[in-house]
Structure formats: structure tokens, C-alpha cells
Write a protein that binds this ligand. Structure first.
Ligand code: SF4
Length: 383
């Protein structure tokens, strides 16, 4: 089975008000060069039983588009020296508006980057300010044009719904503008308020309203209907694409295929175990330079359970025969009570040998997932 590679680039121009990712503000070229060297060392020194075939590579962050093309090249060359890269591999780079030029985009494309995951978030300048995104809607429009000019034919927009003060009409305008620009893929994120972020402080002090869950649900339903009208297929709870442009890399997570992560805070799944690296960039660089491992967490997963609640995220759902072959258990027998209850409530359906969420089930997906996962993971998802 071909594997995916995730590469974490932990630098941003500034910190957005809602962000709790492992990312640092870009300090100096030296710090970035040191990080890239450490990342390449981690890749080179990783031990695998076989030389794996890789068919997806994903530069996530952070803001990977702050990397100079020579850094992207250095990292890709290191990956190529360690793995067999499929000829048609999907290579994605996350790009934020106003962090690139025509030259840098052309250079990335020339290096084999075939897909851009573009952090638009919203086309409303007031909301971009609230999020402290450091760019405006015009920057997003200009960068999108540059992406097309550079030859990117597979672009995904990230959009955030449920912002404090955002109305359904605001959201409708966002969708209209996104559809007009016509990227091949659109991902929806519902705003989450993370403790310790400036936005959490603004909400708890009453300076911003709490995001409204009913409004967010209305925005979600509007998105499903509006994007369908423009030929986007919803292939996952929060992801929509033109046919043939589903994210191959992210689909690996939902199908429980192996993905090896490198870099600070990177997570990996090797088919039976999940493990992850330290979240502190300075510490990550130090331990790698000392020839130690940056791994700080490892656990053996309950693969059968994960296969269900991750697979249910996909519109295609779970292939019941595949489940039986993979885990030697009959899913319908093993979860007979839960499945009957969800069928009665109209939250799931079984069709052509697949168990899937219904449209209503997507709105109550956490309730469904919780029935299939061990208690500690259920608590994590509910939170
Ligand atoms: S660009 Fe993304 S990773 Fe960077 S601070 Fe903003 S939300 Fe966080």
C-alpha cells in the first residue's frame, strides 16, 4: 500500500487570533534554515522496514509558502532519497494569501508541487481583521490569480464558518465569491475557540459574541446545497470537490492508510500505531541536532474502531465487506443495537453494502461517532 508523507513547517508571518497550532512567528532566515536542516535529518535517519512507495506529500503548517523554493527543493530531494515517489504523486503545499510571488509559485510548481491548499478563510475584510489573518480579501483574489498563472490546476480553498458576528448572508456572499473563482476543492472549518488564544480571551471578556451553533449548522446546510448547484461533490463531512479532485492525502487519514509525519508536532500512523513529535520548535531542532528522536508520544490504536468513525466521515461510508476482511468481524453484528438505533433515527443508512451517514447524520456526527469509539477517544472527540 502506498503511504503519505506529512511535513510540518511551523512558521507564520504573525499569529492569527484563533490559532493554537504548533507555529512560531518567522524570526530569521537562519532559524528557518536550521529547521529545514533538522527536518531533512529526521527524514534521512528515520527507520523503516522497507523502502515505501509514496503517492502523496503534504507540506502543512504554519505557512509553508513562506519557504523559499530552494528549501522546498531541499526537503523534496531528501524525501526522494528515502522513499520511492510515485510518478503521479499528489504534492500539496499550504499557501496563505500575500506570502508568495509569481516567481515563487512558478518555482514551486516546477519542483513538482501539484496542488495548493489555499488559506482564504473569508472574503470579508472585517472578519479577516477579527481573525488577525494579516491579509485582506483582495490579497486572496490576487494570490489566486497568481496560482492560476503559475499553472496550478488543483487548488483547494479553506473557508471558516461560524465566526463571531457572521450572518448567514455574510456566509452566502463568501460562498458566491468562492464559486465564482472556481477552485477545484473547498474545505469547510467551523470556528473553534481554543483556550489561551486572543480570540478566547475576547469571547470570555464579552468583547466578542460566542459563535452560535445553530447559525453554524445553517451555514453548513447552505454550503452543501450551494456547492452542489455548482458541481461540487461532497465527499467528506467538511470537504467538497469537483469530480476527480478529492484530496488524496487527506483521504488516507479517513481510510486509515499509513501517513508518516516529519517535523515539529508532526503526527504519524504506521498501520497499527500512532505517534507524534514534540510541539516545541526549538526543542525539536535541538534533539534532532543531537541525533536523538523527537517523538514524545506513541500508542497502539484500536484500528477497527478508528476505521468506523473515520470512514463514516466519507460520503462513501464504510465498505462492510472490506471491514470484515480487514478485521475479521461483522460490523452489523458487532454493533447491532447502535446501528439499529441510528437507522431508526435516520442518522445512518446502509446502501450497496456500505454504512454511511445520512444528511441528518452529518449534522449529528459526533453522536454517531461516540457510539463506535472507546470511551477516552469519545471524550476527546466530544471536546
Ligand atoms: S496562518 Fe494558520 S498556522 Fe499560521 S497563525 Fe494563522 S491559523 Fe495559525
Amino acid at each position: 500500500m502506498a503511504v503519505g508523507i506529512y511535513l510540518h513547517i511551523p512558521f507564520c508571518k504573525s499569529r492569527c487570533s484563533y490559532c493554537d497550532f504548533a507555529t512560531d512567528v518567522w524570526r530569521s532566515r537562519e532559524a528557518v534554515e536550521r529547521y529545514v536542516s533538522a527536518l531533512c535529518s529526521e527524514i534521512r535517519n528515520a527507520k523503516f522496514e522497507a523502502r515505501n512507495l509514496v503517492d502523496t506529500i503534504y507540506f502543512g503548517g504554519g505557512t509553508p509558502s513562506l519557504l523559499e523554493p530552494k528549501h522546498v527543493n531541499q526537503i523534496l530531494e531528501t524525501v526522494r532519497s528515502k522513499f520511492n515517489i510515485a510518478e503521479n504523486a499528489e504534492i500539496t503545499l499550504e499557501i496563505n494569501p500575500a506570502t508568495v510571488t509569481a516567481e515563487s509559485l512558478s518555482a514551486y510548481h516546477g519542483l513538482g508541487v501539484s496542488r495548493a491548499s489555499f488559506g482564504v478563510q473569508t472574503f470579508n475584510d472585517q472578519h479577516l481583521k477579527l481573525l488577525a489573518r494579516g491579509h485582506d480579501a483582495n490579497d486572496a483574489r490576487t494570490t489566486f490569480r497568481l496560482l492560476r498563472d503559475a499553472g496550478f490546476e488543483n487548488v483547494s480553498f479553506d473557508l471558516i464558518a461560524g465566526l463571531p458576528g457572521q450572518t448567514v448572508d455574510d456566509w452566502r456572499r463568501n460562498l458566491e465569491e468562492a464559486v465564482k473563482l472556481g477552485p477545484e476543492h473547498i474545505s469547510l472549518y467551523l470556528l473553534e475557540i481554543h483556550e489561551g488564544t486572543p480570540l478566547a480571551e475576547q469571547v470570555s471578556s464579552g468583547r466578542r459574541p460566542l459563535p452560535d451553533e445553530d447559525l453554524a449548522a445553517a451555514m453548513y446546510e447552505l454550503m452543501i446545497d450551494r456547492l452542489a448547484l455548482s458541481g461540487y461533490v461532497q465527499y467528506e463531512i467538511s470537504n467538497f470537490s469537483k469530480p476527480g479532485f478529492e484530496s488524496r492525502h487527506n483521504t488516507k487519514y479517513w481510510r486509515l492508510d499509513p501517513v508518516y509525519g516529519f517535523g515539529v508536532s508532526a503526527h504519524s500512523f504506521n498501520g497499527s500505531q500512532r505517534y507524534s513529535n514534540d510541539r516545541d520548535t526549538a526543542k525539536y531542532v535541538r534533539v534532532i541536532e543531537e541525533n536523538q528522536r523527537a517523538e514524545v508520544f506513541r500508542e497502539t490504536t484500536d484500528a477497527a474502531s478508528e476505521f468506523i468513525f473515520l470512514g463514516l466521515r466519507l460520503n462513501a461510508g464504510i465498505d462492510l465487506d472490506e471491514y470484515r476482511q480487514r478485521f475479521q468481524i461483522d460490523l452489523k453484528e458487532d454493533y447491532r443495537d447502535e446501528i439499529e438505533r441510528f437507522l431508526d433515527d435516520g442518522l445512518v443508512e446502509i446502501s450497496t453494502g456500505h454504512l454511511c451517514l445520512t444528511k441528518k447524520g452529518m449534522l449529528f456526527s459526533n453522536e454517531v461517532f461516540a457510539a463506535f469509539i472507546p470511551d477516552k477517544d469519545a471524550a476527546a472527540i466530544a471536546n
